[in-house]
Write a protein of this length. Structure first.
Length: 277
């Protein structure tokens, strides 16, 4: 009886010892650092790539939306400037031409912030006067019907052709004063000697003025010739441009606006008011 108990005790001690060794081995195995396999690494990279593909467009869209709002605010300031100039001159005789300029002696230096759309390309650093930038992203409406610069010189039926609010028979809320106007080498002419560029005090009318006689965003269209591109209104906003009207309100104009509606918004006395935009 005693021998049997001692044998049973020995077996129990052996079993406990083996169990303890097994537990210790499992514990050590659990604590041992485990490397990342190539498959796991590729899975993580793929997940990150998918998340980036989903989030980046949303972030870019949000940033562009903010830039468009900023652009509207700058145009709004120019619209208020029109009203201020008009109130000082009774609608006529004001310097609508140089609104937003800092006058020093005989020089009119441009407030580059006010005239630069945040969605446009960076200003050309070579276009300066006494350290002030002369680049601009906004064009003033000189014509509502011209299809090129030569026609714009004679068809001055936009507000900046008269600069007198009393002559705006279509109504100040129905007449565009200033709108987006981008530049770029995409608008290169046939012989490569000129391109669409906009800045103050330039030698050409198209440097500062535009016409609603050509479609919105013509610079990005292959079916529009150079003459039309250099006087067209356009932007890097999605689907159209921002514009300020003579009464000071701003509005987004779709690039799909009908040609006749766009022309009517540019003329000041065409008796062709439209709400089709």
């Amino acid at each position: 009886m005693d021998l049997h108990c001692e044998g049973a005790g020995a077996n129990t001690d052996g079993a406990n010892s083996m169990a303890n060794q097994s537990s210790l081995h499992h514990f050590e195995t659990t604590l041992r650092p485990r490397g990342v396999t190539l498959v796991e690494l590729l899975v993580v990279i793929s997940i990150i790539g998918v998340l980036m593909a989903i989030l980046l467009p949303a972030v870019q869209a949000a940033r562009e939306s903010a830039r468009s709002v900023d652009c509207m605010n700058r145009l709004k300031q120019l619209g208020l400037a029109i009203q201020n100039v008009a109130s000082e001159g009774g609608g006529d005789g004001g310097d609508f031409q140089h609104m937003g300029h800092v006058t020093e002696g005989q020089n009119h230096n441009v407030n580059s912030y006010l005239w630069q759309c945040p969605s446009d390309y960076p200003p050309d650093s070579t276009r300066t006067t006494d350290g002030f930038s002369r680049s601009l992203s906004y064009l003033k409406v000189l014509s509502g019907t011209a299809r090129n610069e030569l026609e714009m010189a004679t068809q001055r039926n936009g507000f900046y052709g008269i600069q007198d609010l009393r002559m705006v028979y279509d109504g100040t809320s129905n007449t565009v004063a200033i709108a987006d106007g981008i530049e770029g080498i995409d608008g290169l002419n046939m012989d490569g000697t000129d391109f669409v560029d906009h800045y103050f005090f330039g030698p050409e009318l198209s440097n500062e003025f535009g016409s609603t006689g050509v479609p919105v965003n013509s610079l990005k269209r292959a079916d529009i010739d150079f003459g039309g591109k250099e006087i067209s209104f356009g932007s890097n906003h999605r689907g159209g441009i921002n514009a300020v009207f003579l009464d000071g309100h701003t509005r987004f104009i779709s690039q799909h606006i009908s040609p006749e509606a766009w022309k009517s918004l540019g003329t000041y006395a065409g008796a062709d008011y439209t709400s089709d935009y």
